[in-house]
Design a protein around this ligand. Sequence first.
Ligand code: FAD
Length: 502
Amino acid sequence: EQKHTEEYDVIVVGGGPAGATVSAAVAMRGHRVLLVEQHTFPRYQIGESLLPSTVHGVCRILGVEDEMARAGFKLKRGGTFRWGRNRDPWQFSFALSPRLADPTSFAYQVERSRFDAILLDNARRVGVDVREGCRVTTVLADEERVRGVSWTGPDGGTREARARYVVDASGNGSRIHTHVGGKRTYSDFFRNIAVFGYFAGGKRLPAPNDGNIFCAAFDEGWIWYIPLRDDLTSVGAVVSRENAAAIQRDPAAAWRRLIDSCTEVRAFLDGVPQATEAPYDQVRVRRDWSYWKPRLWRPGMVLTGDAACFVDPVLSSGVHLATYGALLAARSINSILAGTAGTAGTLDEDRCFDEFEARYRHEYGLFYEFLVSFYDMHQDERSYFWKARKVTNVGATELEAFVELVGGLASGDTSLTGPGQADTRLAATSSALDQAVGRLPDSDGLRNPLFESATIRQVFQEGAVLQERGVFGGPLEDEEPLSPGGLVATEDGLAWADPVSR
Ligand code: FAD
């Protein structure tokens, strides 16, 4: 069979948020990018609740923020939780940073088929050669580096494309991620199963929080309730993997039963029919295990999005991690390719991709660590789900994060959450936790004691830097490198600069 080989600077596998972001951000710097997507868009995907840094950071950098605003997505000002022992819901708002008052203190709840299509169309618009209905089958590599891919088109024919970099953005079901760093490492802690579907309406929280995600913990796990449109609500249950067999036998029945056993969500859906429009007429099941990889790049190949790592969805971090990781990858690629083209690049491959990997891992780690303590807030002994997740053997970092959280909650005094206080406060956690969670105000923003945890503040600070860059074209203050000797983003957010030579 005659193979036709094409040449590009970068080949991106997968056209979800990660792939559309990295490809557009590289094409915007004038490089030749091929994106291969197996489906023809629009296609269904789960992951509908976004964070502000995606909307105001990444989308702004890519030039689609206005289009997002015009798309009519439901405005999401924050999250409302029925979580912990207290039966009363509490909530937080994104209006966290006084420097970022109103313009960026919201995100959207999105129908992913529409959101993903906006990003992919944008990639095409800025010059990415997008091939839908084409499936990457093989990674081409020699001892030194990855050199390209082969893929099959809609006609069934096989083609080859070669490039300086291959980006695996093919998501959770990636078949090629093992070319970087071998197998996935699965978390012992987050190994759940999700069953989800849609209702043709449903009650809304009182304004202005009517667009909030609502997450309700119940005996068997937790349920998300996401208002997508007035006449469409996404409802999913995340439960222990021990339920997998029963759920697989009859997903729709299991989904209904779980919703019925969660008082708050059942009340919201009283008398509301299930959605009948495609693609929302189905009840779907997804394994919801958190994982990461020992390495995220090797010469010639990079992983981003769910192909690289995934963490439990209760904080809506998936699309944020996918698009932020994609932006970091694009910065590295742009910095290196600029050098090849004889322009400003003075940064070598190792340095650029080590920066990508360090930042991506750091961001993932913040969410992971926080989530471990977040899950641990629910101390209901009767519940099998939570018992199974009881942290019996955690390392210092998780405990520190947990204690920071509890210390902040219990005292409301941030000076107590500094390092070195952990051991003395540890003894008091259980009863202090009950009181602390019970005292959570249902007000929002900075006054919520949740944000007095240093770990949580850091999570939101990373997002804030992205938001600021989006709004003002760059951070308000010179960004500090993540570690000494590290790199910082250029003004346009699309490449790295060495702060020493700046
Ligand atoms: P994807 O969106 O999966 O895109 C990958 C693309 O690659 C697909 O279009 C696929 O067709 C294509 N592809 C795959 N293989 C090939 C191939 N060989 N050749 C060509 N193309 C290929 N995130 C949030 O932000 N908010 C949420 O509320 C949220 N809720 C979630 C709930 C659950 C139960 C789960 C499991 C996840 C949730 N997520 C959420 C996470 C979110 O779904 C993902 O993090 C996000 O979709 C990752 O984007 P991606 O671009 O990496 O991958």
